[in-house]
Design a protein around this ligand. Structure first.
Ligand code: SF4
Length: 313
């Protein structure tokens, strides 16, 4: 087995490590709402949206869409005050589908974000079926000024699960989007959810193994949050889906991390559920405990397997 490396004090290439080395210091994400909708909600593909998605379009930490992008960024910084940070951020279009609109409107939103003096990079969460040629060309053009990361909500490679969560596109659409982004030298980050209904640990691991072979630079490994008001919540109340335990989540999370290339940046390993909306699993609210447990379990597993690490400690 190849020796693995340490990334500062972590056994995986964390976003924190990446930001410090890329930008020379701590850089926070500021979640933005560009006023988008989503084809899965506006009737183009359907009205209900993905079954896990909140009314806020999975952008529950973004500022109000009634504010300008500059004001949203300033407000995001105001919320960070008190944390030890420098003055820079990644402008993250998180709510709904961040490329769903005419290219000229997108240009104006992205340009406004990039022109904010604190913004060092742009991250845009979107669907792979919302990346037309004009949008791709726009993103490629902007990436010549500052880094642009396109975040694709894949969640799973399994078509059966994709149908159950009403994702609304097949895997080949994701593959085409990754090819298009790679052709334009745009960095791709993929969102994957652990704990989707009826998925076994082997199913989840298969998604991670598949992504290990894709030209993507980063991944967000997200615990399935059951949020009040979603169709998933209704299923949960009816006993049609369960929340993961901390132990089960940690186990499969470590398997997935180990299946990924060491260089792939892991931008998220838990996920934030909005406290007022989260129905389950409530243990995920204690992020510190989750991370401590993960690091402890990784250490134990290494000891059992005789795995060694090199590099920073
Ligand atoms: S998760 Fe994304 S694609 Fe799915 S309904 Fe929400 S905004 Fe739309």
């Amino acid at each position: 087995m190849a020796e693995r490396r340490m990334w500062a004090d972590k056994r995986y290439h964390s976003a924190d490590w990446e930001m410090k080395h890329r930008f020379g210091g701590k850089v926070y994400r500021v979640a933005l709402d560009g006023g988008f909708s989503c084809p899965n909600r506006d009737g183009t593909l359907g009205y209900g949206g993905c079954t896990f998605c909140s009314a806020g379009g999975s952008g529950d930490f973004a500022a109000s869409r009634s504010l300008s992008i500059h004001d949203q960024i300033d407000q995001g910084f105001a919320f960070l005050s008190g944390k030890p940070h420098d003055n820079r951020c990644i402008a993250y279009f998180q709510a709904f589908t961040g490329t769903y609109g005419p290219a000229e409107r997108l240009r104006s939103l992205y340009e406004e974000a990039l022109s904010h003096p604190r913004v060092v990079a742009l991250a845009i969460a979107t669907r792979p079926d919302c990346l037309g040629e004009d949008v791709l060309d726009l993103l490629a053009e902007l990436s010549e000024r500052k880094p642009v990361w396109v975040e694709l909500g894949l969640q799973t490679i399994h078509e059966k699960t994709a149908a159950r969560i009403r994702r609304g596109y097949p895997l080949r659409v994701f593959e085409k989007a990754v090819t298009d982004l790679t052709d334009r030298h745009l960095e791709t980050i993929v969102h994957m959810i652990l704990g989707l209904p009826e998925e076994s640990p082997a199913d989840m691991l298969a998604t991670a193994e598949y992504l290990a072979g894709q030209p993507v630079s980063g991944i967000k490994l997200q615990l399935l949050h059951i949020l009040k008001g979603t169709d998933l919540y209704r299923d949960y109340l009816q006993g049609r889906c369960q929340a993961m335990t901390l132990e089960a989540y940690t186990d499969i999370l470590i398997d997935c991390i180990m299946a990924l290339p060491q260089e792939m940046v892991i931008h998220r390993i838990t996920g934030d559920g909005p406290r007022d909306l989260l129905a389950a699993p409530l243990w995920s609210l204690d992020k510190k405990r989750v991370l401590n447990h993960l690091h402890h379990e990784m250490k134990l597993r290494d000891a059992w397997q005789g795995k060694t690490y090199k590099g920073e400690t």
